[in-house]
Ligand binder design. Structure first.
Ligand code: ATP
Ligand code: MG
Length: 588
């Protein structure tokens, strides 16, 4: 069995940049005011103890998915590797979209992945909406310095004048309005004197820029809407393109790492922070943005909009449905956080788009679970085995190691008796060539117990096998000198019928039938796999009686299973997180 490999961190372009920055002392002069803030806050602080600062900035408008896990592992992982800090920042500047329910689930998901934003001296959990006052100060500075103006055109007029990829834009007639007039209008916008859309504040950059994002982007808009944090205090809200660089700067972020769709925003990111540093609102060195390609996985969708649709239209039974590519879904299904970290390290970071095969995630899960999980016995498709030469009413205790590679984890007891459950596939009336389990006249080992010789079977009136009959060889008990006296090729698992307990088992298949859902049909819902969940009634070994939700085990020969959140002591439910690579015989 392979040990899970924790390879030394592989080089990638972001690590290279950070290492070069550290070597050059690029961020060494930064001061940290103990909390996010403008230049005055940090200037009054101490030299920043964090060698780098990164952030994970989710919008609290949905549950996190596997794509977010890439960003979390990257940002928190870099901070950990380079003696830095990673901030968890809720990007809640949009008044209408955020919901408090998502905040807690995001906190839980980041912790579950094994990361933290808190240490003895710092608690770096932030809400961008706490920066609204600082953002307004930045906006007013831009107006006073002639870098921003209030535009009173309609949205349509602005759109027409924005130009296209091939044509430059045209200046707004309000572009040269005096700073004092813009300031007065912006103050009145803040005071609530105008309806939504009457004016916007725009940065004054370059309407002829080949980059459309530099053509005087809107930075503040009027929105008469209550905000979950600031309530009715504001009726102007910053646009993402303005808010995000400022959030980074206030938090002293050194490396602001985002996905490639923000690449075209970088020139404005730099322009804005330069202007604010010139004006003394921000201290240098400024944060810098780096982009990497998003995670795309086969057989799933990783878009909040599509995930919301799956939940709201009832195609799955909630955000935490074990088939969902959400982190709550993964957790309920039994995926290991360590498996995500291993996968993210394996796929690395780059700037080229790629589609990662879902099986890579499953392989990483198997690899870490094989190392982490204790072994247990479950019979999923039971048939009765009667040991005809074993005394009725007798019980013996066999011992099975909890983990074949970790003797320190000890052994558990498996009661053995005359009537056992075995898997239906472990018996053949007429064996095919190479079949080494039970068939009339054949020998196989009942794992951790005895070698048994099959002497026949019982059938019902339809000819269906209802019980397999065996004789055991008493001298072959595992762990005794006679254990090897009879050589057999097949080994099978079993449970004493009198001691086994029943459980519901849920086996999952891909949620979608196609590698790129919707790519061909145009409708991702049309590609849903109708057979993505199958339920079985199975038998479990006695020691599983006390298993609690989220506990996970390897069921020998079947895969890795976790106790579902629906599970009750009287009605246990287990999810299969992932099957074993091979269907049987190599489970350790
Ligand atoms: P979606 O596109 O699914 O709606 P989002 O980008 O709107 O996601 P945010 O809450 O804004 O979601 O994302 C928080 C962070 O997670 C951002 O930095 C974003 O770049 C990153 N992120 C989102 N999806 C992916 C992905 N598929 N791969 C890598 N990082 C991602
Ligand atoms: Mg987003």
């Amino acid at each position: 069995m392979n040990k899970p490999t924790t390879p030394p961190p592989a080089a990638n372009f972001i690590r290279n940049i950070i290492e070069a920055d550290l070597a050059a002392g690029k961020h060494a002069t930064r001061r940290w005011g103990g909390r996010p803030g403008l230049a005055t806050v940090h200037a009054a602080g101490q030299p920043d103890q964090a060698k780098i600062r990164t952030r994970f900035p989710p919008e609290p408008n949905g549950y996190l998915h596997f794509g977010h896990a890439k960003s979390i592992c990257l940002n928190f992982g870099l901070a950990r590797q380079y003696e830095g800090r990673c901030h968890l920042r809720f990007d809640d500047t949009n008044p209408e979209k955020e919901e408090a329910e998502y905040v807690q689930s995001i906190i839980d998901a980041v912790r579950w992945l094994g990361f933290d934003w808190q240490n003895e001296t710092e608690n770096n959990l932030y809400y961008a909406s706490d920066y609204f006052d600082a953002m307004l100060a930045c906006a007013e500075y831009l107006i006073s310095a002639g870098h921003a103006y209030v535009d009173s055109q309609t949205a349509d007029e602005m759109r027409v004048k924005r130009g296209t990829l091939t044509e430059p834009g045209k200046n707004s007639p309000y572009r040269d309005r005096p700073a004092a007039e813009s300031m007065e209008l912006f103050r009145r916008m803040q005071a609530g004197e105008f309806p939504d859309g009457a004016h916007v504040l725009r940065a004054k950059v370059d309407m002829a820029s080949p980059n459309i994002n530099m053509r005087d982007p809107a930075i503040y808009r009027i929105r008469h809407a209550a905000h979950h944090n600031t309530g009715e205090r504001f009726c102007v809200y910053p646009m993402y393109t303005f808010a995000h660089p400022i959030e980074d700067a206030l938090e002293n972020i050194t490396h602001s790492i985002c996905t490639l769709e923000f690449e075209d925003q970088r020139p404005f990111y730099d322009w804005l922070l330069e202007r604010l540093a010139e004006g003394g609102l921000l201290l240098r060195p400024l944060p810098y943005q780096y982009e990497f390609s998003r995670l795309n996985l086969t057989y799933v969708v990783l878009s909040k909009r599509k995930l919301i649709q799956l939940v709201e239209e009832g195609h799955v039974c909630g955000w935490d449905d074990p088939r969902m590519p959400t982190l709550v879904g993964a957790r309920r299904r039994g995926y290991a956080p360590e498996g995500f970290k291993l996968m993210m390290e394996r796929i690395g970071i780059s700037k080229s788009d790629s589609l990662i095969d879902y099986s890579l995630l499953e392989d990483c899960m198997r690899e870490v679970m094989n190392d982490l999980d204790e072994r247990r016995v479950a019979v999923l498709d039971p048939i009765k085995l009667i040991i005809t030469n074993y005394p009725e009413g007798k019980t013996e205790t066999c011992h099975a190691p909890n983990h074949p590679l970790k003797p320190e984890l000890g052994k558990r007891e498996l009661p053995f008796s005359r009537e056992l459950w075995i898997e239906r596939e472990d018996f053949r009336e007429i064996p095919e060539k190479g079949y080494h389990r039970l068939y009339p006249g054949g020998l196989a080992r009942l794992r951790h117990a005895y070698v048994a010789r099959c002497v026949g079977c019982e059938k019902d009136e339809n000819g269906k096998v209802t019980a397999v009959l065996c004789e055991y060889l008493p001298e072959t008990r595992s762990g005794t000198p006679g254990a090897d006296s009879v050589k057999v090729k097949g080994t099978l698992h079993w449970l004493s019928i009198a001691h086994a307990h029943a459980a519901e088992i849920r086996l999952y298949d891909r949620l979608f039938k196609t590698t790129a859902p919707g790519a061909e049909s145009g409708d991702f819902l049309a590609d849903l796999n109708p057979d993505s969940c199958r339920t079985l009634n199975a038998w479990l070994e006695p020691s599983l009686q006390d298993a609690r939700p989220e506990e996970r085990f390897q069921f020998e020969r079947h895969g890795y299973f976790a106790v579902d959140s629906d599970s009750r002591p009287t009605a246990p439910v287990f999810n299969r997180a992932v099957s074993l690579r091979d269907s049987w015989g190599k489970s350790g």
